[in-house]
Design a protein around this ligand. Structure first.
Ligand SMILES: Cc1cc2nc3c(=O)[nH]c(=O)nc-3n(C[C@H](O)[C@H](O)[C@H](O)COP(=O)(O)O)c2cc1C
Length: 315
């Protein structure tokens, strides 16, 4: 067998954690520290170590030509034939200061029965998932900008919403059409319980008047970034949108929730996406926070009391 092929196979097996290397492990202090990865098994190791130290190359005319010789996957996903609700362009003024938003944000799992206002919901969708502007990326065509950064600026993430309690919006599962700022109806009716079951029956999803499922349209990013490390970028992009969602929800007076604990196949089936070209990454929810008799938001983990701090370990 060709020596290069053997070298490359050995190096892949090494980076996946199946082989040890005297030379390289010596340089990074043997296998010490890998016990920290043990609970995550081979999958966790392979996830991370096979995409470490990626070689970055200068972009050249030849590379740009190669990357743009086929038409790029569309920037926007649309369900052209779906019934739709056009969301209002009016935006609620979030009002709260940046400092207040940062420090007030908490994860909420209890919500009031009150429906979320249509304009509040619409503002949250626009500020988190809508178009902020466009840039001219020359050979790569027009690229959209959102309020969150996105590695590759391809904005491969789509938002779907499962609505049960938003004023003026019939319960159902919708795709958020970014270009139109509209909701495209995929399934009409109550689907909160189905989503909750797909999320391991978690209370944040189970009580929320609406949830948003973030999916990634893989070819929209893999077309431009052809190295496996781009998978990390996709997950980071999803985290950015998640953070913008929870901060914006807080600014608008809503209580946000987020979870990565869901059955991918069940969520994808609910949305009607294939789980391969388009895959679910993150579930976000929000609602009007439930309050106690003193008017304080009900939190499953309230700030620690004196009694609690006496019992707690801080080390
Ligand atoms: C990526 C991610 C996944 C999460 N998954 C869950 C979850 O599955 N269930 C849950 O109850 N909370 C989940 N949370 C919420 C965290 O438990 C919560 O952020 C943490 O306890 C800190 O509380 P705080 O958000 O109120 O500051 C998740 C948060 C993040 C950022």
């Amino acid at each position: 067998m060709d020596e290069d092929v053997l070298d490359s196979a050995a190096s892949s097996l090494y980076s996946l954690g199946f082989l040890e290397s005297e030379e390289q492990d010596g340089a990074r202090g043997g296998t010490e520290g890998f016990d920290a990865w043990a609970p995550w098994g081979r999958e966790g190791l392979s996830f991370h170590f096979s995409t470490r130290d990626a070689p970055f190359t200068e972009s050249t005319d030849e590379i740009r030509e190669e990357l743009t010789k086929d038409p790029s996957p569309p920037l926007f996903k649309e369900y052209k034939d779906a019934d739709r609700i056009f969301l209002p362009r009016y935006q609620e003024d979030p009002g709260r200061s940046y400092r207040e938003v940062l420090y007030r944000r908490r994860t909420h799992r209890d919500f009031a029965d009150a429906p979320v206002g249509r304009e509040v919901f619409s503002t949250l969708m626009a500020m988190t998932f809508g178009v902020k502007d466009f840039i001219d990326a020359q050979q790569f065509g027009a690229l959209m900008l959102r309020t969150s950064p996105a590695g590759g600026a391809r904005h491969e993430l789509e938002a779907y919403t499962v609505v049960t309690g938003v004023a003026g919006i019939a319960p159902g599962i919708y795709h958020y059409n970014v270009r139109e700022h509209s909701l495209e109806l995929l399934k009409e009716g109550e689907f909160r319980d189905s989503l909750t079951r797909a999320c391991d029956s978690q209370s944040g999803v189970g009580e929320a008047p609406f949830s948003v499922v973030l999916t990634a349209v893989v070819p929209r990013l893999s077309f431009k970034y052809r190295h496996p490390r781009a998978y990390r970028v996709m997950l980071m992009n999803s985290g950015h949108l998640g953070q913008t969602f929870v901060l914006t929800a807080t600014a608008l007076g809503l209580g946000p929730f987020q979870t990565a604990a869901f059955n991918d196949s069940a969520v994808e089936e609910l949305l009607g996406v294939d789980g391969v070209r388009e895959t679910a990454l993150y579930v976000l929810s929000a609602g009007v926070p439930a309050v106690d008799a003193n008017g304080n938001a009900v939190l499953s983990h309230p700030p620690m009391s004196l009694e609690g701090s006496r019992k707690a370990r801080f080390e």
